[in-house]
Design a protein around this ligand. Structure first.
Ligand code: HEM
Length: 211
């Protein structure tokens, strides 16, 4: 069922929804008393949510026996990057007024900004190499290895969130738990695959010893 072309349109529109909603609140001048804070938080929230969804696609494919979910991973990942870019741009433009020296000082001095910037930088090569042409150029294995950076981006984004909240750390911990479980799932899957591929060799050694 997920192979129908219109599913992609549905997912595209769902991911576009939040920015449409933000645009509507801008148009109706309803961005709260502190628009800068509202837009920064809104875009940051959607970026971290979509990073989690991107990371969840592979386990969900297996758990739900829905291999076609893979068709949406690139789009959702690119949307996570899109919201991160809006988030960064809001900060750079409305908060730092495009003062790059100020930005560099902030990155060096405030640990939560350092972590946020690191998460953004980790996502950059993933967005650039997300096309089929890049998969061909790099080769599947190297491309997959590079795209594991998304776990790094997820972890650093959680650290960014955890460091910036002053008192209530429940949400950053929730995101941390989600990223942690997804990472654990991948680690277990990787170890099982490795064990399976080395099992024939182990069996051979045992057979030789018994002979
Ligand atoms: C993948 C990249 C990033 C993600 C996923 C992310 C995520 C988040 C999240 C979830 C929040 C909190 C939202 C809330 O409280 O509702 C936030 C806040 C914030 N982020 Fe990011 N962020 C990223 C990159 C950056 C970058 C590159 C910068 C600036 C260099 C930045 C600057 C900020 C600032 C200034 C706040 C608001 C802090 C406050 O209100 O005290 N973030 N971000």
């Amino acid at each position: 069922m997920l192979r129908h072309g219109w599913w992609k349109v549905v997912v595209f529109l769902l991911c576009l929804g939040p920015v449409g909603y933000l645009g509507w609140r801008f148009y109706t001048e309803d961005l709260t008393a502190n628009p800068l804070e509202y837009i920064t938080h809104f875009t940051g929230d959607w970026s971290i949510r979509l990073i989690c969804v991107t990371l969840a696609i592979t386990p969900l494919r297996k758990l739900l026996h829905a291999p076609d979910l893979i068709r949406f991973r690139r789009m959702i990942g690119l949307y996570a990057f899109f919201y991160a870019s809006l988030h960064f741009l809001t900060y750079l433009w409305l908060d730092r007024l495009f003062d790059f020296q100020d930005l560099a000082k902030d990155i060096a001095k405030r640990p939560f900004i350092t972590a946020g910037f690191a998460a953004f930088v980790l996502m950059l090569p993933l967005a650039v190499t997300s096309t089929r042409g890049w998969i061909r150029r790099m080769g599947g294995k190297r491309w997959q290895a590079l795209h594991r950076l998304v776990y790094g981006a997820g972890i650093v984004a959680v650290v960014h969130y955890y460091w910036l909240v002053k008192s209530d750390v429940r949400l950053p911990l929730l995101y941390g738990g989600i990223v942690g479980v997804l990472l654990l799932y991948r680690a277990v899957a990787w170890m099982r695959a490795r064990f399976r591929s080395t099992r024939p060799a182990i069996a051979e050694v045992v057979r030789d010893r018994m002979a």
